[in-house]
Design a protein around this ligand. Sequence first.
Ligand SMILES: NC(=O)c1ccc[n+]([C@@H]2O[C@H](COP(=O)([O-])OP(=O)(O)OC[C@H]3O[C@@H](n4cnc5c(N)ncnc54)[C@H](O)[C@@H]3O)[C@@H](O)[C@H]2O)c1
Length: 257
Amino acid sequence: MSINRVALVTGAAQGMGEAIALRLAEDPSGIDVAILDIPGKETQLANVAKAIEAKGRKAIWIAADVSSEDSVKGAVEKTVAEFGGLDIMVANAGVTLFKPMIETTVEDWNKIHSINALGVMLCFKHAAIQMIKQGRGGRIIGACSGSGKQGVNNMSAYSASKFATQLVLFSALELKSHKITVNSYAPGFILTPMLAHPDDDKYGGLGSVAKMAANMPPEMEGAKPDVIAELVAYLIKPQAWFMTGQTLIIDGGLFFD
Ligand SMILES: NC(=O)c1ccc[n+]([C@@H]2O[C@H](COP(=O)([O-])OP(=O)(O)OC[C@H]3O[C@@H](n4cnc5c(N)ncnc54)[C@H](O)[C@@H]3O)[C@@H](O)[C@H]2O)c1
């Protein structure tokens, strides 16, 4: 008999987080999904929760900031109180910044690191505490980026915060004996609201201004968020127990590890 699992996905009001939450809800293994995003995105969260329920799974939404330890701990506790446990954590929430290093302020640096690096660590930490307590293993997944593996123009603060998500290496070692795997996805150019700019239409559509800001080749291909959702769907499969501590590039061939 298969037992339903429970997932918590952060940054799930839109973009990759939304696609991942919906893909988990479709998974034949049976996964109930808690979704989290910042206060102010309640309407989007409620709509994603409805879409999860329409797929026949249970959903709750939580408006919280991943850079606050109390909020992350509270989100894990709420998920466990509603669904009885936590088996899958997807620490997806993130923010970007296109700015040359010499113009980057301390405020820019601290803000981006508090969400992309500290936020991911807090999600890993509180998920792991809960999973260890449950004693039934678990899957922890974080959002890295191609720019967390190599330098990208005009993205130094963002890129540095994504290098920090190499935390998967250390977490995977520490959590291996608890049968908890820890991996992250390192996407290339994924067409989500993160890449939207008011001038996109002038330069070739969604992401075109971001592409220029990062000095990426104009012919670089973008993909829809479903390519990442499907990778996450692999990472939560029973057979993926053998993969841990990996940061998986998925970028259409832009960069080889
Ligand atoms: N889009 C890309 O090309 C790309 C490439 C590489 C990596 N990534 C990473 O993938 C992840 C998802 O990106 P996306 O493209 O779907 O972005 P997105 O902007 O469309 O969605 C990110 C979500 O995270 C939420 N968020 C931001 N700060 C938060 C906070 N403090 N607490 C809780 N939620 C918060 C936002 O409100 C938003 O809904 C991010 O970590 C991003 O850095 C994106």
